[in-house]
Design a protein around this ligand. Structure first.
Ligand code: TYD
Length: 215
């Protein structure tokens, strides 16, 4: 059985990841690919419980190290119970956020080192990385405008952090993608969802031809 492909979508708040995840899953299914769509934090019952601990507004919140450990623990369960088994069955996994979110948020935003996040990921998930990571990007002014339009009262604990935090997250994402061009495709998400979707499909073209020719 050929292993499936693992694709992650990443980016800051309000860049349209969920829409692009859905459009991509539909497009792959239309090509006859067996797709599993999932998200982080969460994706398994245990990881969804941890998601509630991380994003809920109860309690006094987490120190950056505790927060990074909780994300790594949620990811460990998700990788072990859902992602690896699906890939082994030959399914493609599309994940809304993965370890690069920890690098950008807990690292860039929260101040942990990239080496520490990598250690947690090695211990928790044996360092599993996506075959392709799509980084959805909008110019800083667009991100700020979208953030300021948000109802902060309805925002989660991390999404509701200040603009400086989110600017550090965006910078970290850009840095990470630049350092690993083979794994990342940067997607301009400032236009319409259809335009971004076309860019996503074109970023996937070589994966699609190799994946389909093997199946
Ligand atoms: P979610 O509601 O899924 O937000 P979004 O629609 O922006 O993806 O909440 C996920 C939040 O958790 C988001 O603010 C990013 C944050 N996050 C981290 O800080 N580290 C991580 O490793 C992951 C996976 C998410």
């Amino acid at each position: 059985m050929t292993r499936g492909q693992f694709i992650a979508l990443e980016g800051g708040e309000g860049v349209g990841k969920s829409t692009q995840t859905r459009l991509l899953a539909d497009a792959l299914r239309a090509r006859g690919i067996d797709v599993v769509v999932t998200r982080e934090p969460g994706g398994t019952p245990g990881a969804e419980v941890i998601r509630g601990l991380l994003l809920g507004l109860d309690g006094e919140g987490w120190h950056p190290r505790a927060e990074a450990l909780l994300f790594a623990a949620a990811r460990a369960d998700h990788v072990e119970r859902l992602i690896r088994p699906a890939l082994s069955r030959g399914q493609w996994v599309i994940c809304d956020r993965f370890v690069d979110s920890s690098r950008a948020y807990q690292g860039g935003g929260g101040g942990l080192s990239d080496a520490d996040i990598a250690d947690l990921h090695r211990i928790g998930s044996e360092g599993l990385l996506p075959d392709l990571t799509l980084l959805l990007q909008v110019p800083p002014a667009v991100a700020e405008a979208r953030l300021s339009l948000r109802d902060t009262g309805g925002s989660d604990r991390i999404g509701g952090r200040d603009a400086a935090y989110h600017a550090r997250v965006a910078q970290a994402f850009a840095r990470i993608a630049e350092a690993e061009p083979a794994r990342f495709a940067r997607i301009d998400a400032a236009g319409s969802p259809e335009q971004a979707h076309a860019a996503v499909l074109s970023a996937l073209s070589s994966l699609l031809s190799s994946g389909l020719s093997r199946s």
